[in-house]
Design a protein around this ligand. Structure first.
Ligand code: BES
Ligand code: ZN
Ligand code: ZN
Length: 501
């Protein structure tokens, strides 16, 4: 279902493009924008009154119209909430909700107005959000279903969009590239731990590199040992699958420029190791590779959109299991940086693989580094599923990322990295312990641990995506499974960086 939906731009009024249903956006506490067609307007008004359709954000309704030749058979109402509360997040999710509602109602074709009336957005920005959101919502993972659905791809016409308009076409092309990258990697991200182990991650990365023209290097356990990455190796010690540090690089970028380096936690399964997780918390821990999955999708986007800035993606892939060789709580290891770590909780493993990866990344002399990680359960307590936390050693970088997320609809929320938190990681036995002593401020102590492996002269940001990377049950706007949160945000960030020196 990768090409689903299929998009067309049309100059015509969305009402008259021959689609099975026409989307009508409705603002809460405002009169709906009824069509000029009197019969249809009456039917709509009656339906809205009868069902008390209020236009709340993501509220949908399928309204049948009296049959007539020159209009759609249905109107699909989609609420956008209050105009005063409108943000790109609303439109992104509304688009996704529309696609999911269309599939649920077995509609084959839809017409969509290119811009909800009154929304303060440029037409190309709205089109980008709508097309990307619809592709996101229509996604289905059916690999293990014996009888997958056989429906045709949904056809979507964006009305009021001159098909030759270069800006709109560019926005649509970008939406398609980003959506296809997300869909392709999502199929892998949704694979269970028995299939998607670190070796499979490395194979998949190599295949993508070949397909899209990226350089690819994989360090196995022996290579990691030679580089002194003992923290990384401590995580995979209890697993039968060897770890892999995958590095992908774009080609043909401008010479002499420092790369943007994006790093993803890629724990293909997090059992917790000897600090074993309870079974309920473990059920969905195949999702612990999602930081790395976002990095893969971003690298496809970087290759296909031919960014002029060099972009490097690194995936720290390992499986965290409690096998006989597993790291014991209290074990002390020396990291690639030379610092030693007392591993008091083997379930705080993401920071261990990332510590060594951040050390190796510094050798690339990055212009900036961003890591994405399903690092802590604590971020779920703080922000739920609505936002990822951003923590950085550089205020400008943090602001750039937050702003990029605001325009793509991906919420980031900042937390502080004051030095006062550093003492949480002190231990009499080594340079650092891998969990905070008090157990409070878990998101910050996790990020502070990472910061210990980044020099202050490299702008670096950490995104804790534990709450945003995955949907366990189907939602109005999100299909179950990996969301690849961060892909469109980082694509936007690089787009912005392209135009700054
Ligand atoms: N992958 C988990 C983070 C996680 C936990 C995400 C629960 C979603 C729900 C991570 O490796 C982990 O287990 N972190 C520990 C850290 C703690 C031991 C300091 C956590 O958050 O419980
Ligand atoms: Zn863990
Ligand atoms: Zn983990």
């Amino acid at each position: 279902m990768k090409k689903n939906p299929v998009f067309t731009l049309s100059n015509a009024d969305p009402w008259s493009v021959g689609a099975e249903a026409s989307v009508l956006f409705v603002w809460e506490s405002q009169k709906p924008d009824l069509p000029a067609d009197k019969n249809a307007a009456t039917a709509l008004r009656r339906w809205i009154d009868r069902k008390r359709f209020a236009g709340k954000a993501l509220e949908t309704g399928l309204v049948p119209l009296p049959p007539a030749k020159d209009r759609p058979a249905h109107v699909l109402l989609c609420g956008l909430g209050k105009l005063s509360e409108f943000t790109p997040t609303v439109l992104d999710r509304a688009a996704s909700t529309i696609a999911r509602a269309a599939i649920k109602h077995a509609l084959g074709s839809l017409s969509v107005p290119s811009l909800p009336r009154g929304a303060s957005l440029a037409p190309d920005a709205a089109l980008l959000l709508l097309a990307r959101g619809m592709r996101f919502g229509a996604y289905e993972f059916q690999e293990y279903k014996s009888s997958p659905s056989t429906r045709e791809a949904l056809r979507v016409t964006f009305g009021g969009c001159p098909p030759k308009n270069a800006t709109l076409r560019k926005a649509l092309q970008r939406a398609e590239v980003e959506s296809e990258a997300i869909a392709e990697v999502r199929d892998f991200a949704n694979q269970p731990g028995n299939v998607a182990n670190p070796a499979a991650v490395a194979r998949f990365a190599r295949q993508l590199a070949k397909q899209y023209g990226l350089d690819c290097e994989v360090l196995d356990d022996n290579a990691l040992r030679r580089k002194g990455c003992r923290a990384f190796l401590a995580v995979s010690a209890g697993s039968h699958t060897r770890p892999a540090l995958v590095t992908l690089k774009t080609r043909g970028a401008r010479k002499g420029q420092r790369p943007l380096v994006v790093i993803g936690k890629t724990i293909t399964f997090d059992a917790g190791g000897i600090s074993l997780k309870p079974s309920k918390s473990m059920e969905w821990m195949r999702y612990d590779k999602c930081g790395g999955m976002t990095v893969l999708a971003l690298m496809i986007v970087a290759a296909r959109l031919k960014f002029r800035r060099p972009v490097v993606g690194m995936l720290a892939a390992a499986e965290n299991m409690p096998g006989g060789g597993a790291t014991r709580p209290g074990d002390i290891v020396r990291t690639a940086s030379g610092k030693t770590v007392e591993i008091l909780n083997t379930d705080a493993e993401g920071r261990l693989v990332l510590a060594d990866t951040l050390t190796l990344a510094a050798a690339l002399k990055p212009a900036a580094m961003v890591d994405l990680a399903t690092l802590t359960g604590a971020v779920l307590l703080a922000l739920g599923h609505e936002a990822a936390a951003v923590l950085a050693n550089n205020e400008d970088l943090s602001k750039e990322l937050i702003a990029a997320g605001q325009s793509t609809g991906d919420r980031l929320w900042p937390l502080p990295l004051w030095r006062d938190y550093a003492s949480e990681l002190h231990t009499p036995f080594a340079d650092l312990r891998n969990i905070g002593a008090a157990g409070s401020a878990g998101v910050i102590t996790g990020a502070w641990f990472l910061r210990e492996f980044v020099s202050d002269d490299i702008p670096w940001a950490h995104l804790d995506i534990s709450g945003t990377a995955w949907t366990e049950k189907p939602g109005a706007w999100a299909p179950p499974g990996a969301t690849l949160f961060g892909t469109k945000l980082l694509s936007e960030w690089i787009h912005q960086r392209e135009t700054t020196p």
